[in-house]
Design a protein around this ligand. Structure first.
Ligand code: ZN
Length: 405
């Protein structure tokens, strides 16, 4: 006997990708499970939702019988039942007190495949955590095993990475293009950088307000290791203050511009993280990795922490890779990275790191600049210009008031 098709509404699932499937394929005004009724179509054939759940299960798991070894007389991996698999994947059924929907889904999967499953991914806890696994593994490798040479050498010898570091770098490069994470900084754009100073001598020269000479760049930063100088700035005065001012004192704020249009990586426009039942599994991993990288970039610097210099290594390695190995779609070298400031809560508070050293700063008073650049084998002309500056003081009282806003 053929049973009537059953229809289920979006409210009966708590996972957004499944809600989306229902909304897109709804063909009934009534939900057979929660009883919801409407004039418009609100419910879809439950089998079409199950098919999508099945696809996700199949992506992360395989029939456990494949993992049975007769020599070993057992499963090479601990199998799990369908119920546990759906729990691990985070299937949410908010209206399902009687477990009618859950049982339907379980039967659907077991009719088509298996009652026991083994994971095809090296789960760290569950598949959701697994999405950040590649970032965590990468951090572990550059902190504890190798840091400087990833290309060539032995094949995938890294036990924590599912792909070799070389492949991972290749992936990262492709993700930047795929998600179109590039933008241009025009010569009309302005950005700001603040310097603290003490005493009577107010720093006003471009060379004093821009990136420090390498010999003075002695601190580890999120993106630059000691000895490699970069320019850190923000797109608004307020964001620059939030990034730099950490107490009362005298400051100079420099207003900066580029002398030629440049292309930078734009990490302020990352796609939102995908949920586990989204069928774009590869994108989910890519987006999770990029978010982990950006979260790390945005963390405030804590120099008191004894492991601070180690904590910055993963972002420094990727930044160097971006600087030297990533090209914009137009084939141009990437000159910096734009990211959302963690210090400023306003939504458009972006900051910028530019791959510029102090010899990239135009200074009309420095007649030897061209020569110094040639001596360093630097191509082209200086491309960063100080267009203005202003001094300001902040008292303890003002700082207390401002920092609490
Ligand atoms: Zn319903």
């Amino acid at each position: 006997m053929e049973t009537r098709k059953k229809y289920i509404c979006a409210d009966c699932f708590g996972n957004n990708p499944l809600k989306k499937i229902i909304k897109e394929s709804a063909s009934s005004c009534k939900c057979d499970y929660c009883g919801a009724n409407a004039e418009a179509y609100i419910a879809a054939d439950i089998d079409s939702v199950c098919a999508s759940i099945y696809a996700t299960v199949n992506h992360y798991y395989e029939d456990a019988n494949v993992f049975y070894s007769s020599g070993y007389e057992g499963y090479v991996q601990e199998p799990e039942n369908t119920d546990a698999v759906l729990y691990n994947l985070g299937l949410k059924l908010p209206n399902d007190e009687t477990e009618e929907v859950l049982n339907y889904v379980i039967n659907f999967l077991e009719d088509r495949s298996s009652e026991i499953w083994c994971s095809t991914h090296e789960f760290y806890g569950n598949p959701v955590d697994d999405l950040t696994h590649s970032w965590d593994s990468f951090c572990k490798i550059v902190k504890t095993r190798k840091r400087f040479y990833f290309h060539g050498g032995e094949e995938n010898s890294e036990p924590w990475l599912q792909t070799s570091p070389q492949e991972l770098f290749e992936d990262i490069k492709n993700w930047f293009s795929k998600f179109n994470l590039f933008t241009t900084i025009a010569t009309s754009d302005r950005f700001f950088r603040i310097r603290y100073f003490e005493g009577d001598k107010i720093p006003t020269q471009p060379s004093e307000l821009g990136p420090p000479p390498s010999r003075y760049a002695t601190q580890a930063n999120r993106m630059s290791p000691p000895g490699i100088s970069m320019f850190y700035g923000s797109h608004s005065v307020e964001t620059a203050k939030r990034e730099t001012v950490a107490g009362a004192g005298s400051f100079i704020i420099g207003e900066w511009a580029v002398l030629k249009e440049i292309e930078v990586l734009d990490l302020t426009v990352l796609p939102e993280k995908l949920e586990i039942f989204d069928p774009n599994y590869e994108d989910a991993i890519a987006i999770a990795f990029l978010h982990a990288f950006v979260d790390e970039l945005r963390k405030p610097i804590n120099r008191d922490k004894s492991t601070a210099h180690l904590d910055y290594i993963p972002t420094q390695v990727i930044t160097e890779f971006i600087r030297y190995y990533v090209k914009s779609p137009a084939g141009n070298q990437i000159m910096g990275i734009k990211y959302l400031s963690a210090a400023d809560n306003s939504t458009d508070a972006s900051s910028l790191v530019l791959f510029a050293c102090n010899l990239d700063v135009f200074d009309e008073n420095d007649t030897n600049l061209k020569l110094k650049r040639e001596f360093q084998d630097m191509e082209g002309d200086p491309w960063l210009e100080l267009v203005g500056y202003e001094q300001f003081d902040i008292t303890d009282e003002e700082y207390t008031h401002w920092s609490q806003v």
